[in-house]
Design a protein around this ligand. Structure first.
Ligand SMILES: NC(=O)c1ccc[n+]([C@@H]2O[C@H](COP(=O)([O-])OP(=O)(O)OC[C@H]3O[C@@H](n4cnc5c(N)ncnc54)[C@H](O)[C@@H]3O)[C@@H](O)[C@H]2O)c1
Length: 253
């Protein structure tokens, strides 16, 4: 009997890699998509990982790769996790940046899910799309990123309605700060004093007082893929340590 499998995009690092590890612990095969050319070498000889190197910004290559890798799979779920950031005010956001960001963050989840749909379309199937707190609450400089993540949330609600008649669910996870490459890329280059100041001001803003570990986000993704969440569809789960629960005009309350 074929092992059940899930397809995970952005599986080479951060949240996607944590989902990959959790799925392997549960005996689920991972069809792991990423543009990172090191991905196959990292899983060489490993049981249960099928690495596929593809640029998700290229819709034709992505659809072809997804059709090929899912062709014989007993596909139980799709995790559209890969994402990129960009920061510039809207009046300085070049269309090239806008297009690249939307092609990876918003268009790829549609392309991947549509290409895998023939294999997923059965009761119990699930799609989990990864958004961000910036899908709901913006910061200056995040016009392109916030638009792509709000788009993911809106698209997921519509996907849930399209998929429901087939017994397939679709949900979004919207993380806040997660201790991934983004976190270390930002903090590591700073000198000790600046780093510690930045880190404590972020911690003070988060009601739970810390960023999430990637494994904590992976647990939510796994729950949304599993029958334990069988009545949840079209939802966005904020996984932000309470960051967006608090009114910002009294930051310490
Ligand atoms: N880390 C955070 O604090 C945070 C917060 C909110 C939302 N998110 C979202 O979570 C998701 C995962 O983020 P992460 O922090 O784990 O990031 P990460 O950079 O550690 O991992 C992203 C992965 O996506 C892959 N990827 C990027 N562009 C790609 C492309 N064109 N084609 C194929 N693969 C590509 C990268 O190679 C990488 O392996 C993203 O959608 C991000 O927007 C992250």
């Amino acid at each position: 009997m074929t092992r059940p499998s899930i397809l995970v995009t952005g599986a080479a690092s951060g949240i996607g890699e944590a989902v990959l590890r959790l799925a392997l612990e549960h005996g689920t095969t991972v069809l792991a998509l990423d543009s990172d050319p090191q991905l196959p070498a990292r899983h060489e000889g490993a049981d249960g990982v099928v690495p596929v190197v593809v640029d998700l910004a290229d819709p034709d290559a992505t659809a072809a790769a997804v059709r090929e890798v899912t062709a014989d799979a007993d596909l139980a779920g799709i995790v559209n996790n890969a994402g990129i950031g960009a920061s510039a005010p809207f009046f300085e956001t070049g269309l090239e940046v806008w297009e690249r960001l939307h092609s990876v963050n918003l268009r790829a989840p549609l392309v991947v899910s549509a290409a895998a749909w023939p294999r997923l379309r059965k009761p119990g199937g699930a799609i989990v799309n990864v958004s961000s707190i910036h899908g709901r609450a913006a910061l200056a400089g995040l016009a392109a990123y916030s638009a792509s993540k709000s788009g993911v949330e809106g698209m997921t609600r519509a996907m849930a309605l399209d998929a429901a008649p087939y017994g397939v669910r679709a949900n979004t996870v919207a993380p806040g700060f997660v201790r991934t490459r983004l976190w270390s890329d930002w903090l590591d280059p700073l000198d000790d004093e600046t780093r510690s100041g930045e880190e404590s001001s972020i911690r003070a803003m988060i009601p739970l007082g810390r960023p999430a570990e990637p494994a904590e986000i992976a647990e939510i993704v796994w729950w949304l893929l599993s029958p334990a969440s069988s009545y949840v569809t079209g939802a966005t789960i904020q996984a932000d340590g309470g960051l967006t629960a608090r009114a910002s005009y009294r930051p310490n309350h």
